[in-house]
Design a binder for this molecule. Sequence first.
Ligand code: ZN
Length: 161
Amino acid sequence: MQITDNHVVSLTYILKDDNDNILDQSDDGSFCYLHGAGNIIPGLEKALTGKQAGDEMSVSIAPEEGYGIRDDEKMQQVAREMFPPEQDIEAGMQFHAEGPEGQTVVVTVAAIDGDQVTIDGNHPLASVQLNFDVKIMNIRDASSEELEHGHVHGPEGHAHD
Ligand code: ZN
């Protein structure tokens, strides 16, 4: 079976920057996603298309096909009172916010100055060249429910309450 749209793919990966620092890797077991649904960055999805279980590959992905180019317009000052008062706010903290198209975006606290908080809506890996070592473990057909939801269910994927 080859990786094409509407298949559930499980794989292991190590992600490094150009200085060989490990930025991320699959935890115990493998990472699982629905191919063709935009679950993963476009460059990696493209590179995986047509591969088979057991295949291993190294692929280097430019930021344009990864998490995008840093955009200073995504830096924004907001009032401290936008955050829950009981929450400690520190530079480097990350939280989830809703983006312009309703998507979930990761926002990082860049700086705090009195009651002004500077937040950065750039992805932490924006402008980073992404070097993946990937091994494809398994490929299966997606269920109709998974296709409807646009993500993977079951023991390796997420579960609904
Ligand atoms: Zn679901």
